[in-house]
Design a protein around this ligand. Sequence first.
Ligand SMILES: [Zn+2]
Ligand SMILES: [Zn+2]
Length: 469
Amino acid sequence: MHVQFCGAAQEVTGSCHLVEVGKKKLLLDCGLIQGRRNDELRNSEEFPFDPASIDAVVLSHAHLDHSGRLPLLVKRGFNGPIFGQRATGDLGRILLDDAAYLLGKEATWENRKRQRQRKPPVEPLYSDDDARKAMRRFKRLDYHAPREILPGVTLTLHDAGHILGSSIVDLDLKADGKQRRLVFSGDLGHRDAPILRDFELLDSADLVLMEGTYGNRLHRPWNDTYEELRAVFTSADARRGNILIPAFAIGRTQNLLYLFSKYYDEWELDRWSIFLDSPMAIRATDVYAIHTDLYDKEAVQVWRPHDNDRLLPNLQYCPSSQHSQRLNTMKQGAIIIAGSGMCTGGRIKHHLKHHVWKDTTHVMIMGYQAHGTLGRAIVSGADEIRLWGETVKVAAKIHTVGGLSAHADADGLRTWYRAFQNKPPVALVHGEADTMRALAKTMHDEDGAKAKVPALGETIDLAHVGSSF
Ligand SMILES: [Zn+2]
Ligand SMILES: [Zn+2]
């Protein structure tokens, strides 16, 4: 009985852990490596196991850094079931569809270049057909409903409070006369976040795999963030300009719409027409609207989808590019929420081209912007940006609202860990090596935890966990 760290070991993305129980092999997550181009090239490498030998997968949540290599796993021979929470199935379908579309587009671009250079064409990592095949293997589970998914493996999901459907994976393992409880945190949410319930606490385990994304950071209080948002919306003049919001389609966008609904009067939102200009965000918002049983108590009160399924009286969806193009003529009074979140593609680039050069425009950046992205250039105060080969002046007011993270901070992670009454050994995953080493030290010194930061490929013997720590 053992667990091997096959991804997101000393890095954030590419979550993937292999659990072997007797003769059975179970994979926890199968995520894409995301980030710099050289890192992303690793996605096409061989898996460190034979995909056909895997008996089942458990998916902690739909984000691509956890789900994005599932179509490749299926393409390379995996033919077992994929278990996850119901909403993870719905969001997973949207995310994997989009990933396949983007991979296809990238390959087309690359092949045009290669043709000019007389090089043989490349194939995309996977197709939309592979993505659909993967999601057909998905088995929808509820939280708190134990299920024997393989002989000797009973799975229970608990709410992780990170995005809709996100789960803490709780495994009861039996083999060779031994029984072990392995708990994998998945990504843990930011407590008191809009819409979702807080992560659940578990009280015992033999080994914990815990994420450490923000293991050395503390978030600012929610109220400071709400105050910052209020200031932007009430100070902007709807009679003179527009507000552009590059959107992260899943999670962040729904949080923002929910806050719009909750603070509609305080933020004087009736002065604006609000446009959700992202097909993916629209689909995701529809999924959020279906799963109201997963909301926290306040969200059930605040965010009732209206009769016509609209969340706000002045919200309009722009499903097609014609809808989107019509916004180009709006000189004032529009709040435009459009993908992508880091302005690397999607419709936001068109809106930037039409409005970012005016000093009456506001741009609200709502999340982390990776190095080298257009979003990063904008938050760094660039005077001009490049759009489709054209130089465009940046005169708009840029606002950075950083407090809407979907991840627990160091306090949140340690609170979650301290609920385990038996102080189980903990392996930290899904974080930068330095961040997680700092977290491991704090947890050792202050929480009495045996914590380690396993290397890629490292194995822990579940029958003798103590010997690894
Ligand atoms: Zn996530
Ligand atoms: Zn993640």
